[in-house]
Ligand binder design. Structure first.
Ligand code: NAP
Ligand code: GLV
Ligand code: GLV
Length: 322
């Protein structure tokens, strides 16, 4: 069987595939364009792809032989799952192994914004520091504040759990109720408006879907406290970036920590660059050795299971198996 891997992933996953199949890996240090994915995927039985690959209906319809699309990510908004399902193609993802890594990036952004870490680092490097100053770069303490989690799934729950040492009240917004987190952490399920109005830190952990696209726009930002911070490690399009940039410019909110951008895979929005009250990271949520090795292993296992005619551990469209 022939397998296409659209970018080099950690060896743990590649080895598993090479031991079993004829594997073609794109070794170029860039993403494949749509035409290239079609050209190289046409004669393949399986594909392991990245969140930066556009696997839309056009691509899927050209991959006549494909038996499984294994995404090297937990998010799968890059794939037209409906089109795959119509053709009976299983789509798999990598939940869990990157949960703590991503929750840590959310927390890094919480502290970096509230305690002005990135701004302070830049100030020192530019030789601005002339000794302790009573009014220099005052921020806000996180301890004892209210944390609002939008999307209380794996990552949202991990972010909430990590707040325990900081003595925070937790509000959450999610479609289904999460009784376990309520019992464990005293988290309270509320409507989105109330979460926005009462939280000191709002952290986004929903997947990008038709429902969540633009979920945080000007009218939502307007509800937030002037002293509050917005953290986005979900997907860029969950937030209306223009509205956020305006809210940061006008100090409508205190700051933001951003790991994901609407213009990915092309890059970030340059309008952020002149703002002191935003901390920007280059989509680093799962960027740890442990998480990426685990994702490679899991993405390979998912793909192998389907080719062996077995049920993969993590499938996003299980209805194709019935
Ligand atoms: P998950 O366990 O599926 O959690 C998603 C949560 O969002 C669920 O609790 C879901 O619950 C809720 N949700 C979905 N649609 C909603 C809606 N319309 N309104 C309110 N809540 C909604 O996924 P996860 O592993 O935590 O990952 C979440 C997302 O993080 C991924 O999809 C990905 O986009 C992003 N991510 C980013 C990075 C990074 O590098 N920055 C890394 C990993 C993941 P209900 O369906 O019950 O509402
Ligand atoms: C990363 O953003 C993922 O969805 O795994
Ligand atoms: C600060 O460094 C302090 O000692 O209060």
């Amino acid at each position: 069987m022939k397998v296409l891997v659209t970018r080099e992933i950690p060896e743990a996953g590649l080895k598993k595939l090479r031991d079993r199949y004829d594997v073609e890996v794109n070794t170029k240090p860039r993403n494949l364009r749509k035409e290239e994915i079609i050209e190289r995927g046409k004669d393949k039985d399986a594909m392991l792809c990245l969140l930066t690959d556009t696997i839309d209906e056009e691509v899927i319809s050209e991959l006549d032989q494909i038996k499984v699309i294994s995404n090297y990510a937990v998010g799968y908004d890059n794939i037209d799952v409906e089109a795959a399902t119509e053709r009976g193609i299983p789509v798999t993802n990598t939940p869990g192994v990157l949960t703590d890594a991503t929750a840590e990036i959310a927390w890094s952004l919480i502290f970096s914004t509230a305690r002005r870490i990135a701004e302070g680092d830049k100030f020192v490097r530019e030789d601005g520091f002339e000794g302790w100053d009573p009014t220099l770069m005052l921020g806000r303490e996180v301890t004892g504040k209210t944390l609002g989690i939008i999307g209380m799934g794996n990552i949202g729950t991990a972010v909430a759990r990590k707040s325990v040492g900081f003595d925070m009240d937790i509000l959450y917004y999610n479609r289904s109720r999460k009784e376990k987190v309520e019992e464990e952490l005293g988290a309270k399920k509320v409507e989105l408006d109330r979460l926005l109005e009462e939280s000191d830190i709002v952290s986004l952990h929903v997947p990008l879907t038709e429902e969540t696209e633009g979920m945080i726009s000007w009218s939502e930002l307007e509800r937030m406290k002037e002293t509050a911070y917005l953290i986005n490690t979900a997907r860029g399009e969950v937030v209306n970036e223009e509205a956020l940039i305006e809210a940061l410019h006008s100090k409508r909110i205190a700051g933001a920590g951003v790991d994901v951008y609407a213009d990915e895979p092309y890059g970030a929005n340059p309008d952020y660059y002149d703002l002191d009250n935003v901390v920007l990271t280059p989509h680093l949520g799962s960027a740890t050795h442990r998480a990426r090795n685990g994702m490679a292993d899991m993405a390979a296992d998912n793909l192998i299971s389907v080719l062996k005619g077995e049920r993969p551990e993590h499938i996003v469209n299980p209805e194709v198996l019935r």
